[in-house]
Write a protein that binds this ligand. Structure first.
Ligand SMILES: Nc1ncnc2c1ncn2[C@@H]1O[C@H](COP(=O)(O)OP(=O)(O)O)[C@@H](O)[C@H]1O
Ligand SMILES: N[C@@H](CC(=O)OP(=O)(O)O)C(=O)O
Length: 450
């Protein structure tokens, strides 16, 4: 039994939805479908989720919201007309958006409700279309499916009891079409997952329904060993482990959400990445173990930008008990999570994502560091990129770090920090953001073409 998730690129137009329906019709193993909101039809297009966020922003600013509502409804109108579905759907969608705007007074909750509409409307469209083709399909709201989440707007986390509710759907002869990207809090409010979170819903449903495989349909036939938009003709991956994928998706492989692995790895449900436009290709499998570690000790290289490092120097820091804890406390007080903490005997760096800092917050943090810890000096480096090299074979094979340092040296790229992940399956190099493209090309050549 399979659960299939179709991403925004697979559902961006009536033509794409037809391809999705063909995939579903041809595979009776698919027993539940999770859908995203319509994505971009071409590069310059706007995702429906972004149109919904624009609607929220206009509403908040007190502007006329009609143009934003029209642009959203037009996307669905085009799809509904071309698929020959009832116009009544569009009236229902308009009433839903207006009722959210009129009735939800809390801004964060309104934003989540509006964002959820992209997936919610699309699930109704896809379900109606499958029914029109003669399939026994039905729209199922996350509320009725039992997807219960924590109450943190835009950052929902699943509550484990959801699996007990989802289990009750096992064995049904109805093909459920479930909107991705959101769940309901215990109080009954809509709460969304982080952006890209329909992958998370798909994983939750696959686990709840005890699927043999979670098929994730997108616009690429494989996960490649480097982002295909940044490296020309990267090597296609056949199998990658959950641990490898988590490291890579957290740091730039946006094809699959890093938090979508959590529901799956304990119960070892494999993920099959497939292309809606080339469904005959098997694609990439995300699994617990892979058999080609000797051939590919390194499986992928990702890069991610927008980091800031704060480095403190303090002679005899290694002997000061509690120094690190007091430093970390400052970041905790600012509610800023930390990415890396490389340290030496007399210095320590804290690396964070720059977007987590509010205006002037960095200066405030430096001031607090000076007041509370009195270091000899504090150095700030902004605009850093992280190059992340990942592979289960990293522990066994010698000379892998050397390849990276020589690739960067040959390209005259200064390394600002090196961190070997405690998992021993990743190595991270901080460099200046301006060198990122050159670094990725150089590293890719060394590991995959040398
Ligand atoms: N290593 C990689 N291999 C394949 N695609 C990647 C990789 N890293 C990033 N991507 C990007 O992920 C995109 C697909 O993910 P996403 O936009 O979330 O799709 P969907 O709309 O189907 O959910 C690809 O078009 C590609 O640009
Ligand atoms: N539509 C949401 C959730 C999502 O997962 O979309 P996609 O499958 O197109 O990445 C977003 O844009 O964030």
């Amino acid at each position: 039994m399979k659960v299939a998730k179709f991403g925004g690129s697979s559902l961006s137009s009536a033509g794409q939805i037809r391809k999705v329906a063909t995939i579903i019709k041809n595979d009776p193993e698919i027993r539940a479908v999770v859908v995203s909101a319509p994505g971009k039809r071409e590069e310059a297009d706007t995702k429906v989720t972004d149109l919904l966020i624009a609607l929220f922003t206009n509403h908040l600013a007190g502007l006329n919201v009609q143009p934003a509502i029209d642009s959203i409804l037009t996307r669905y109108q085009l799809i509904v007309e071309e698929l020959g579905l009832s116009d009544g759907l569009i009236d229902r969608f308009e009433r839903t958006l207006r009722s959210y705007l009129n009735n939800i007074k809390d801004d964060a909750r309104l934003l989540d409700a509006l964002k959820s509409a992209g997936e919610d409307f699309n699930a109704q469209v896809v379900s109606d279309y499958l029914v029109s083709l003669g399939l026994k399909a039905a729209y199922l709201s996350p509320k009725d499916a039992g997807i219960v989440v924590t109450d943190e707007p835009s950052n929902a986390q699943l509550l484990p009891e959801s699996y007990d509710y989802l289990k009750q759907l096992i064995g049904s002869d109805t093909l459920y079409v479930i909107p991705g990207f959101f769940g309901y809090s215990k109080k009954g409010d809509i709460v969304t997952f982080p952006r890209g979170g329909s992958d998370i819903t798909g994983a939750i449903v696959a686990r709840g329904l005890e699927a043999d495989v979670y098929e994730n349909f997108t616009d690429q036939s494989y996960i490649f060993s480097a982002h295909p938009g940044h490296v020309r003709n990267p090597h296609a991956i056949n199998a990658i482990t959950y641990r490898e994928m988590r490291e890579l998706s957290y740091s730039g492989f946006s094809i699959f959400h890093d938090e979508a692995l959590e529901p799956l790895y304990q119960v070892k449900i494999p993920v099959q990445i497939k292309n809606t436009n080339e469904p005959e290709i098997d694609g990439t499998r995300i699994v617990a173990e892979r058999s080609d570690v000797n051939d590919y000790p390194v499986i992928g290289i990702s890069s991610d930008e927008g980091f800031t490092s704060i480095t403190l120097r303090q002679y005899l820091l290694n002997r000061e008990v509690g120094y690190t804890r007091r430093l970390l406390q400052i970041f905790e007080d600012h509610n800023i999570s930390i990415e890396h903490i490389p340290s030496g005997i007399d210095n320590i760096s804290i690396i964070i994502r720059s977007h987590r800092l509010k205006e002037n917050e960095l200066q405030q943090i430096v001031q607090e560091i000076q007041d509370k810890l009195n270091p000899e000096w504090v150095q700030i480096e902004e605009d850093l990129a992280m190059m992340v090299i990942v592979g289960e074979g990293m522990r066994e094979v010698t000379g892998l770090a050397n390849k990276a340092t020589s690739a960067l040296a040959e390209n005259n790229i200064n390394i600002r920090m090196i961190n070997q992940g405690a998992s021993e399956i990743s190595m991270i190099f901080a460099i200046a953001m301006k060198d990122q493209k050159k670094a990725l090309a150089g590293l890719y050549e060394k590991y995959f073409n040398a």
